[in-house]
Design a protein around this ligand. Structure first.
Ligand code: GLV
Ligand code: MG
Length: 337
């Protein structure tokens, strides 16, 4: 769905147009912090030096009677930390559009720290209309408070209706930064029978081919494959980024690693980290494997203009594998910077 230009409100005087070409940034983990928790807040200046994105969460997991404290805590945290110094992104997750809190979330944050806020994550997005609304509201608030850098929007894909409208959501506004899969809410919305936050389920199996290698065939039980693939296609088609969301079982780092790695291989740029133990995992997983990088470098070097066909270690390479190699080499460079 293409939007007419007139849809967008003028930004504050002197503001650049919202851009479609997002700056290339490493966002391997979006690290969630509860801003109403004073102890956690005190650790944010140090934390900001070790993660790619700090997200102050105002939505689920913040009790209703702490919403006000979370907003205040976010403002305090944003003012107390120089996120730009370490190139760390400052994001928030606001409350859902049908909640009583969303207006106060946006009014407070943009008024108080709008110039420091990079991205607003919007939960339970069901269609492009939700993004249009946030887009208009942000434009008005930016104009009112003299915020000259457009605040970007990131949608959580976590309702059945949202998945049905994923392409229209991805293209809803030039402010779109990307999208994350929210497996917990999505499971509920779809009527899935799980109480887990992400990951597999012991009872969900692929029936093995009786003539095949049964053990290997039945190991495949990724509940999220379809949605991640749809989300990645919608995002890439619109030049925005896809992310895997939360993994709730902090005691099972092996399963978390598998979930993160599958998302990475399928095209996701990063994942949410809800616990410090998941940060190191995300750093390792959302960076290309050194052996793969070496091989990719050989492909790129063997075809300097990206055309033709060569054999490397018995494997055919051509223009298409050159492009695959370039994805890996570019990411490796970004990680090394
Ligand atoms: C995240 O918000 C989820 O619902 O998984
Ligand atoms: Mg959710």
């Amino acid at each position: 769905m293409k939007l007419p230009r007139r849809f967008f409100q003028p930004l504050a005087a002197g503001a650049p147009e919202p851009f479609r070409e997002l700056p290339i940034k490493l966002e391997r983990m979006i690290h969630f912090v509860p801003p109403h928790n004073e102890k956690v807040r005190a650790r944010v200046p140090e934390l900001a030096k070790t993660v790619d994105v700090v997200l102050g969460n105002l939505e689920d997991a913040v009790p209703a009677d702490q919403k006000e404290a979370a907003r205040k805590g976010f403002v305090e945290m944003a003012k107390a930390t120089d996120f730009a110094a370490s190139g760390t992104g400052l994001w928030t997750r606001i409350n859902a559009l049908n909640s009583p809190w969303i207006l106060d979330d946006l009014f407070t944050l943009v008024a108080e720290v709008g110039s420091k806020l990079d991205v607003v994550m919007v939960p339970k997005v069901e269609g492009p209309w939700d993004i249009h609304y946030i887009d208009q509201l942000l434009a008005q608030l930016e104009a009112r408070h003299g915020v000259t850098k457009p605040i970007l929007v990131h949608a959580i894909l976590e309702t059945a209706e949202g998945v049905a409208n994923v392409d229209a959501i991805a293209s809803a506004s030039p402010r779109m930064h990307g999208m994350s899969l929210g497996p917990a809410d999505l499971a509920a919305s779809r009527g899935m029978k799980t109480t887990r936050v992400g990951g597999g389920h012991p009872d969900y199996r692929v029936i093995a081919d009786p003539k095949g290698d049964g053990e290997r065939a039945s190991a495949q039980q990724d509940l999220w494959h379809y949605t991640i693939a749809r989300m990645v296609d919608a995002c890439m088609a619109n030049g925005i980024k896809a992310f895997y969301g939360p993994f709730g079982d902090f005691s099972d780092s092996a399963a978390c690693e598998v979930q993160f790695r599958n998302a990475f291989l399928m095209g996701c740029a990063g994942a949410w980290t809800l616990h410090p133990s998941q940060v190191a995992l995300a750093k390792t997983v959302f960076a290309p494997d050194p052996a793969e990088v070496n091989f990719a470098v050989r492909i790129v070097e063997a075809m300097p203009d990206g055309t033709g066909a060569v054999m490397i270690d018995g494997k055919m390479q051509d223009d298409a594998t050159w492009k695959q190699a370039k994805v890996i080499v570019d990411l490796a460079r970004l990680v090394a910077e």
